[in-house]
Structures are given as structure tokens and as C-alpha cells.
Design a protein around this ligand. Sequence first.
Ligand code: SF4
Ligand code: SF4
Length: 193
Amino acid sequence: MLKFLKQVSDYTKETVQAAKYIGQGLAVTFDHMQRRPVTVQYPYEKLIPSERFRGRIHFEFDKCISCEVCVRVCPINLPVVDWEFNAETKKKKLNHYSIDFGVCIFCGNCVEYCPTNCLSMTEEYELSTYDRHELNYDSVALGRLPYKVTEDPMVTPLREFAYLPKGVFEPHDLPAGSQRAGLRPEEIVETEK
Ligand code: SF4
Ligand code: SF4
């Protein structure tokens, strides 16, 4: 009799424990039903990079004065500024400029300190290649206008989930004209007035 009662007691305990674990599992499931989705159907859908995203550097050859400030402020002296002195004009003449994105850490120092603003960070992040030497961009490659997720007709741009307005769970319902994830600098200034 005692053995039977112990068996019933053990069975009841296990049943209660199993119900508890099922409840815990369902709690996680229900919790995730309240969260925003994290799946992006890349490459058909792409997230719009945030305002201050540091992607591939854009270079404007005509603006460069070959001062080499970008080289000095770079943690690894990466930009290669190939110039010669023009005796006639008594000015430096830029021949070639290159940055190797296989080595660059995208810190943005060169962009920050360039006195003529000929460098800028773009939102381009798809730089993968089969050969790392192809990441050494010359002035022509650096001068190419950046790829923009929002301007590619083949791609559905998605606003980063963290930037969706409160209560919005569906990034596909991006309002018309929403180009970026965050507010533009002038909009931030407006909100502070
Ligand atoms: S800091 Fe700017 S202007 Fe000076 S060499 Fe570098 S890219 Fe050219
Ligand atoms: S982003 Fe940073 S690491 Fe890359 S070239 Fe500029 S200063 Fe150097």
C-alpha cells in the first residue's frame, strides 16, 4: 500500500514539474510574440544603415591638397598619398590616392581631420571579395558614388528594428519618404527648440 502511495506521489510531482516546464516554455513563446521580428530576407530586403554608419570611404580627388593629414591621424598610417611637387605652380600635385579596406578599421579619423572634407564615410557595407587585394581601393574606386539601399529598385529597404516607432512591429510598413533610421541633424535641432 505504502509503495503504491509513493508511486502516486512521485507521479504527481513529475506531472506538476512537467506542467511547470511546459508553462515556462510557453512563457518564452508568448514573450517573443510581443517582440519585433529579426528576420531580414537578405539580399531581397536590406536594413537601412543608421545616420552615422561608418561604411566605405568616399574620396574626392579634386579636393585633395596632398597634405597627408589623413595619413598622420590614421592609427595605422593607411592612406597612400602619392604626390609630386610641381615647380611651376609651386604646389603639390596628387598622382594617386588609395586606401586598403582589407586593413582599415573604419575609425573615421581620416574623415574627421581632412581639412578639405574630401573624405566621407558612406553607408556602403557590402565589400566582400574573394581576393583581399581587391579591397585596396585606388582613387577611381574611392571616387565611385556609394551604393544606397534606399535607391536600389531591386531591394526592399527596412528600417532598423530598434528605430521603429513605438508600437510598430512591422518594418515593411515603412512610411513613404522614410529614408533613414534616425532623425536628420536638422530634425534633431527642431525637436530641441
Ligand atoms: S587629409 Fe584630405 S586633403 Fe589631406 S591628403 Fe588626406 S585626403 Fe587629401
Ligand atoms: S578610417 Fe581610420 S583606419 Fe581607415 S583609413 Fe581612415 S583613419 Fe585609417
